[in-house]
Write a protein that binds this ligand. Structure first.
Ligand SMILES: [Fe+2]
Ligand SMILES: [Fe+2]
Length: 296
């Protein structure tokens, strides 16, 4: 290889890693803004939708690029809600009047427009734009149907519905009770009926709201994700005893509303450092709700 070619390759590599870092920083910035708008959600909806949508893409053996795009679109699917001045637009769709509904529907267009500002996020923007399209053509904004809807958007539609349905129940009935439980299987048992009902609903909406093949795949994924917490105990653990590898049983936020640790997330060193800072300034309690196995 001539010196010139080598130099050129080095330049390209440097530029592309700079670009990758740049995209990553942009996504982080957007996620930060979204975390702030979502601080009223107790279990960080967007992160969950991003993570599970990425898992779906992975299960389908899609390319790394597609997995990244779908995961990012899941994470940012509701970014357009940042444009809402009216906080009443964060309530359930069923409680909205027609004026609110009209405004609410704009979030997919606002989201696409925001993300179009970054060339590398055009693919993500197009998925975000379609995440409320239904398989039978009854969704919005363009009433697209079946394979006209981007695969990523069909995936996100399912994960988004699932998390909203599970989340609302947990918020109002069970989430606050989890601190009283000592056993994750008690918690699983209590939420089992809701979980089954949601899966049943997803199944009944095959070919209507949702892509039938994706529903099938998602049900398997949701069941296996749920099994993961079997055998764990939910414990209140002093931060000094929280170790990397444990799992958060609740989400923790700074006093400004920034998400520090996400429910279901594995403890990492960086997260622990941020938690220590928050505990020291009394922003969060010293004892954290964790999923830990019996020996811990
Ligand atoms: Fe949405
Ligand atoms: Fe959502």
């Amino acid at each position: 290889m001539s010196n010139n070619t080598k130099e050129l390759e080095e330049i390209i590599e440097k530029l592309s890693s700079q670009l990758a870092n740049n995209i990553y920083d942009t996504i982080k910035t957007l996620q930060f803004s979204l975390d702030l708008t979502e601080r009223y959600y107790e279990n960080s909806h967007s992160r969950y939708v991003g993570e599970l949508s990425g898992k779906m893409a992975k299960l389908m053996n899609l390319s790394d690029e597609s997995i990244f795009e779908i995961r990012t679109a899941g994470l940012l699917h509701d970014i357009g809600k940042i444009g809402f001045r009216d906080t009443s637009l964060f309530k359930p769709i069923s409680e909205m009047n027609s004026r609110e509904m009209k405004q609410y529907k704009l979030h997919v267009e606002i989201g696409r427009e925001m993300l179009y500002n970054h060339k590398a996020l055009h693919g993500v923007a197009d998925i975000v734009y379609e995440h409320h399209e239904n398989f039978d053509g009854t969704g919005f904004p363009e009433k697209k149907q079946k394979n006209q809807i981007k695969l990523g958007a069909r995936i996100i539609n399912i994960v988004d519905f699932y998390h909203n349905a599970m989340h609302k129940t947990m918020k109002f009935d069970n989430l606050s009770d989890i601190s009283q439980k000592t056993n994750a299987s008690d918690y699983l048992q209590e939420t089992q009926r809701k979980f089954d009902n949601i899966l049943e609903y997803l199944d009944s909406q095959k070919n209507i709201k949702f892509d039938p093949e994706l529903v099938h795949l998602f049900i398997k994924l949701a069941e296996s994700e749920r099994k993961k917490i079997e055998g764990y105990l939910v414990k209140r653990i002093h931060i000094a005893n929280v170790k990397p590898g444990m799992i958060f049983a609740d989400s923790y936020y700074s006093s400004s509303g920034l998400l520090i640790a996400n429910k279901g997330e594995v403890v990492a060193n960086d997260t622990l450092k941020a938690l220590y800072r928050c505990v020291e300034s009394d922003q969060i309690p010293q004892k954290l709700l964790m999923l830990a196995d019996n020996e811990d």
